[in-house]
Write a protein that binds this ligand. Sequence first.
Ligand code: ZN
Length: 90
Amino acid sequence: MLHLKCCAEITPWDHDENVGQGFLNAWRIATMAKCQRCGKGTQFGNNRPWSRKATRRNWQINVQKVTVFENGRAVSKKLCASCIKSLTKA
Ligand SMILES: [Zn+2]
């Protein structure tokens, strides 16, 4: 009994079951598109068709790979459209 409990505590796949598929999906969506300047990521909301039946959907933000100059060095960054706009205007 005691030995079994000990083994259950150290199995690596025990953690995976705790995490769950829902969390993994949320993590996958969150890592898909994120601005490296303002931290803006995927937006969530409801899909509202003509039938008004609400289902969850998510919007990928407009993230572009751009080269910016930081401290005199060219750095490749993933920035959202609004951050690129504010950088090019200034
Ligand atoms: Zn941004």
